[in-house]
Design a protein around this ligand. Structure first.
Ligand code: PGA
Length: 227
């Protein structure tokens, strides 16, 4: 089965030239589906078969300073959009807002990638994993056709830390999310890298990866997308 590998560039790189160079150095593979999510400002100028956005707003027009609409993303041929990333939740995004965004994306036939996960330590994650995930998923997916939605499970303590849960933990949570919510795919994210990518994507219910840091290193990312 082909896997879905999404590169989340976050607030990188610093210039358009570097962004174009980075996109140009990522191979086009057949084996897996690869999506690049550069910052909004580069979306119209970066060339790659599948582009994704890192966030969006839920209204299509109006007095919303600084926002980017799903309609604008669609016009730039964006196919995927991350929603509810923990770095957005940290600056105040709520489950209700996440839900509005997913509704708006589906109206424009952009595939939403709902990011869920929490916990600042591995122990905390284990204790409350099901409760918090349930809340994020129940509210984020409220009233939606879940078969059109991808979920990325990212324990917050694993993001950018170089630490990961065991691949079997990702498998267990992915199976739980798929069984309970009937979403189309579940990805793993949080320090997924060249060395551990294969152990995650070889899990039966882990349908791919959301990669931050290692997606900025072409030599690493090109190997990850070729597993
Ligand atoms: P990381 O980021 O791979 O750098 O941990 C993943 C993410 O935040 O989506």
């Amino acid at each position: 089965m082909p896997k879905l590998i999404i590169a989340n560039w976050k607030l990188n790189p610093s210039t358009l030239k570097e962004a174009q160079k980075l996109a140009g150095s990522i191979k086009k593979v057949r084996k897996n589906t690869v999506v690049l999510c550069p910052p909004h400002i580069y979306l119209s100028q970066v060339k790659y078969p599948n582009l994704g956005a890192q966030d969006c707003f839920w209204q299509d027009r109006g007095a919303y300073t600084g926002q980017v609409s799903p309609q604008q993303l669609k016009d730039l041929k964006v196919k995927y959009c991350l929603v509810g990333h923990s770095e957005r939740r940290q600056v105040g995004e709520t489950d209700a807002q996440v839900n509005f965004k997913i509704h708006a994306l589906l109206e424009h036939a952009i595939i939403p990638v709902l990011c869920v996960g929490f916990g600042t330590t591995a122990e905390e994650d284990d204790l409350a994993v099901v409760d918090i995930l349930r809340q994020q998923l129940d509210q984020g997916l409220n009233g939606l056709d879940t078969s059109k939605i991808i979920v990325a499970y990212e324990p917050v303590w694993a993001i950018g830390s170089g630490k990961t849960p065991a691949p079997e933990h990702a498998e267990k949570v992915s199976l739980f999310i798929k069984t309970k919510y009937q979403v189309s795919k579940v990805l793993y994210g949080g320090s997924a890298n060249l060395l551990n990518a294969q152990s995650f994507i070889s899990q039966r219910n882990v349908d791919g990866l959301l990669v931050g840091g290692d997606s900025l290193i072409p030599n690493h990312f090109n190997q990850i997308i070729n597993y």
